[in-house]
Design a protein around this ligand. Sequence first.
Ligand code: GLA
Length: 678
Amino acid sequence: MPIHLGAAWYPEHWPEERWQVDLDLMRAAGLTVVRIGEFAWADLEPVEGQFDLGWLVRATEMAHASGLSVVVGTPTAAPPAWLTAAYPEVLAIDGSGARAQHGKRCHFDVTSPLYRAFCARVAERMALALGHAPGVIGWQIDNEYNRLTYSPQAATAFRLWLQEQFVDEQGRPSLARLNRAWSTSYWSERYTDWAQIPLPAEDNHNPGLVLSFRRFMTHAYREYQRAQVQAIRAHADPSHWITSNFMGFFDGFDHYPICEDLDLACWDHYIGTGNLDLDRAAASHDLTRGFKRRNFWVMETQPGCVNWAPINNVLNRGEARAMAWNGIGHGADAVLYWQWRPAPGGQEQYHGSLLGPDGRPRPFYREVGELAADLQLVGPLLDGTTVSAPVAVLHSYDDRWAIDHQRHHRGFDPLAHLLHYHRPIARRSIATDIVSTRADLVGRGYRLVVGAPIHIVDESIAAELAAYVREGGHLVLSARSGFKDYNNALPPQRQPALLQDLAGVQVEEYYAVLDTVKVDLSLGGATATGEAHTWAEWLVPGRATQVLARYGSGNGWLDGQPAVTMHQAGRGRVYYVGAWLADDLQDRLLAWIIAQAGVEPVLDKLPVGVRASRRGDVHILLNGGREAATVTLPWPGKDALRPDRAASDQIDLGPYGVAVVTNDQADQYQTGQRTSDE
Ligand code: GLA
C-alpha cells in the first residue's frame, strides 16, 4: 500500500457541479485519498427509513474517476434531528442527569439498543451502496468516540454486564463476589440486589465501581461499534479494511479491546495551541501503532490551525510537513488533512483547511503539495516497511483510571508520568512501542520494557513480566507499580505485591510530597544529586538487590532510605524507581539503564532538536525546530528527497527540514549490540 495523502471532503455542503473542481484541485495538490460521509446522516437518511445515497455514490464514483481512493465514514457521530426528536432515549444523559441536546455532535447514548439499530441500518445501506464501489478502500466507524452516559438504559446494561463479570465457580452471577471485590462493608455500600448498583455519576464513588463502570463503557462502545462492523462486513468487499479514528491518549474508553474488532488503528493528530514537539507527538504515534502492533493512519491532522484551542496559531511554514514526516517515521501509512474546505456555517468556520470559502487554495495548500511531492519521490521506498523497536513502554487505561480516581497528589497525572519515561527514550531517537500492559513481551525482541507504572497487576501480567525478565529482558518499574489488584483494591501484600520477588523490593511507605525531596543517584561509580517531587516511596530492598539512589534529608521519614533499586532476576534485571524524579535525574537514570540494556538509538550523536526514525532500511531525519542543523552520519547516505545530491555523511537540514536517507551498506556500519556488561 502506498503512503496516502488526503483530506476529509464534505461534498454534501456544495452543489454537485462544484465537485469536479474540488477533485481536480485535490489531484493537482497530489492527494491520493478522500474521506467522506461521516456526519452526513441528515443527507443520507433525510426522513426516517428513506435513504438517499445516490449523491454519496456519485461523489465516490467521481473521486475514483479522478484517481482518488475513498474511505467511507459512517455518520453515526451526528444523529439527525428527526431521530433525536422522535426517540429522545437515544440521547446521552450526563452525570447531573441532563439529557444531551440536539445541535452539537456525539450526543447519542452509546448503550441505547434502539440507537445501535438505527446506526447498523444506515451503515448497512452504505455498505450495500458502496461495498463494491471501485475506489473504496476502507471504512471508518463513527468519529472519535468520546461520550459517557448515565442513562437508565446504561444502568440496566451495566448491571447485566456486572453479572457476567462477577460469577461463582459454576459461572453463576455472584453478588457476594462483587461485594467482596469492592469491599462493600465499607460505608455500608453492600448490595443485596443487582438493581441497587448505581452508575458512578458523582465524585468519590467506590474505586471498584468506578473502574468497573469504565470497563463497561468500553464494552458498550465495542458493542456499538460491532453492530456497524458486522453490517459493513456483510456487504463490503473483503479487501476493505475497517477502522475508527481516535484521539491519541484520550482515555474515555479502553482502546485495546476496541481495536480487536478493527483492521487498522487511526488517530487524529492536532497540536492546537503551540508548536510541534516531536517527542510528544512520537508518543501518540507509538501508542497508535501499538493498538494493533502494526502501521496506522493519521486520519486527521491540522492544515495550519484548528479552531478549538485557546490560541489557534497557524503552524510555521514547513512545520506541518515535519509533523507529517514524524508520523510516517513512526509508522503512519497515511496523513489526511481535516478538512478540504470549510462549510460556510456551522461550528468550525475558522478551522484551517486547504481551500478557502471562495473555493480557491489557501496558502497551506502549497505545503501539502510539497509533502505530496516528497511522497511521490520516496513513497515506494517506504512501501511495506515498518518500525522495529527495542523498547516497549507499557500502557493501561485501567491504570490511568485507577490513578486518576485516587491521585493522592493532585500533580500525579498518570499520562504525564508515563510521558516522563517515554520522553528520555524518544529524545535519544530510540524506537519505542507503546503497548498494553497485557501485551505479550516474550519473543518480541525487546531489550527494555518500561512500566510507568504497571499499577494494576494480576497473575497474568505478573507471569508475562517474569517470563520476559527471566529470558534476559530489562524491566523498569516506576513508583505505584503493583499497587492495586484487578478490581482496584489494595492487594494483601506490600506493594509492588505480585511483583515483589521479581523486583526484589518492597514499598515500606509511600508519600505524596509537598515540596521536593533530595535524591542522591549512584550509577556505576558516577554520582549525581537532584530532586524528586510529587511522589516518593521508601523502598526496602531484598538481600540481592542493589540500591542505585537514596533520599537526602527532607521530611525525616525518607532520609537516607532507598529510592531506586536494581535486581538481577534470572538473566534479566528489574529496576524499581520509587520516586517521580526531576527531569535531569530522570534523564540521567534512563540513559544509564538504556546503556545497561544494550539499547541502540536509530542514529547516535544527532544535533539538538533533530530526531531519527527508521522504517525498514530507510532512515528519516527530522529537524523539529527553526534552526538549521547538520547531521553527521556514520556512513555515506543518500537523501532520497534530494536525488540530485551525491551520497554523503553530512546531511543538512533546514528549519523543519526532512531527509529520507538510504544506504545499502548502513548495516555494516552499525555499532553492534552492546551487552549489559559494558
Ligand atoms: C476532530 C473531528 C473533526 C474536526 C476536527 C477539528 O478531530 O474528528 O470532525 O472537528 O476535530 O479539529
